[in-house]
Write a protein that binds this ligand. Structure first.
Ligand SMILES: [Zn+2]
Length: 381
């Protein structure tokens, strides 16, 4: 990566048109930002710069703020480039001022949550040098559950307006009637606490829907861009796909997977820090080891990404099947997915390696192929 990659990225952004160019520009930007950010972390730690800073700022919070500010400055450049790509491909509808406010909110959130996490981890390192990673992992497992619970009521509304759809709206009536019918045949179907319109359209041209929350905050959110652009049959099929995640307890499954992965991450991080820090003269529990800790977590995250994506794709396939079976036809979901792909400028048939490594959802081509196969199998019986 380097000057040539930047030039290629720029060329794509300047001359690109369709979904393929959009996907390529995004991939190149991810590769570029990943290389620069990981490279910067490695340089900062292994050059001794982190040790130097740690000696001058021995408190965890002072080090974190200075180090974090530098890291965020680098990230901001890539966020800016990401916005330029969105504008070029006509996906962006957000003013510069609104984008800047979102960046500031994200920064405040990262600073607050990040500082809390880092203070906790380094306190555990000092008080329990052998088992800090196990305690930290336990803390993160609780944190994941908490975030999944408060996400739709506290975090999402920070960035998007959300509106509970009323019983007097025909669309909501239809979706709740579908849900009630399914609940009548399956009393074990967990409760759903509302359907929300997600005001995505003032910021993006994209459309989406999702199942979010845990327990009392469990809800389906559907973007206004999807509601405006799709016929009711397709919205219903997408809604049933989300109910498929609800029936299969996919949010809990995801949390379980994430918790298992983070156990491995903390364990490996403790081992790497224990092996590397003494050689560089830094104590593991000194905050100067933070760049190495983030580096290890980032590399493990990247290494485990294909496994994580494979796990999520399996859940997506099951949710698609649930929609096919519930409606007795695959057509409305396939039509809805095709419409979503067009709106989101999604790469319909990416190379297989790309889908395997990078896609959290099966590609549209794969989903359509599966739907057609389902139609054929069920037409014969
Ligand atoms: Zn899904």
């Amino acid at each position: 990566m380097g000057g040539r990659a930047v030039a290629r990225c720029w060329l794509l952004v300047a001359s690109g048109r369709g979904a393929k160019d959009y996907a390529r520009a995004q991939l190149l930007l991810s590769l570029l930002s990943g290389t620069v950010e990981l490279g910067a972390l490695a340089w900062f730690f292994f050059s001794g710069a982190s040790y130097w800073l740690g000696l001058r700022l021995p408190h965890v919070w002072t080090y974190f703020l200075v180090f974090g500010a530098g890291f965020e400055a680098v990230s901001l450049v890539f966020a800016w480039l990401g916005r330029a790509i969105e504008i070029r491909f006509e996906m962006n509808r957000q003013s510069l001022a609104s984008w800047a406010v979102d960046q500031l909110k994200g920064l405040a959130l990262t600073a607050g949550l990040g500082l809390g996490a880092v203070e906790l981890i380094y306190w555990l390192m000092r008080t329990s040098p052998n088992h800090w990673w196990l305690w930290s992992w336990g803390g993160f497992a609780v944190f994941f559950v908490l975030m999944a619970q408060i996400g739709p009521v506290l975090l999402l509304p920070l960035f998007f307006k959300m509106r509970r759809m009323g019983d007097d709206e025909p669309m909501c009536q239809r979706l709740f009637a579908t849900y009630a019918k399914l609940r009548a045949t399956n009393p074990r179907l967990p409760r759903l606490h509302g359907i929300f319109e997600w005001k995505l359209g003032e910021k993006s041209a994209k459309a989406n829907a999702a199942l979010t929350g845990l327990g009392g905050t469990r809800r389906v959110i559907i973007s206004d861009t999807l509601l405006e652009s799709s016929p009711v049959e397709e919205i219903e099929a997408v809604f049933i796909h989300e109910l498929g995640h609800h029936v299969h307890h996919d949010i809990w499954r995801g949390l379980g997977f994430q918790t298992a992965v983070s156990f491995v991450e903390f364990w490996v991080a403790a081992w790497v820090l224990g092996a590397v820090c003494p050689r560089t003269g830094m104590p593991v529990s000194g905050v100067a080891s933070l760049p190495l800790l983030i580096l290890v977590f980032s590399l493990l995250y990247l290494g485990l990404l294909p496994a994580n994506n494979g796990f999520v794709r399996a859940m997506e396939r099951r949710a698609d099947d649930y929609s096919f079976q519930t409606l007795g036809t695959a057509e409305p979901l396939l039509a809805g997915l095709q419409r979503l792909a067009e709106k989101n400028l999604a790469e319909v048939a990416p190379p297989r390696w790309k889908e395997f490594l990078l896609y959290s959802h099966p590609s549209i081509a794969t989903r359509i192929r599966r739907g057609r196969a389902w139609e054929e199998a069920n037409a014969r019986t």
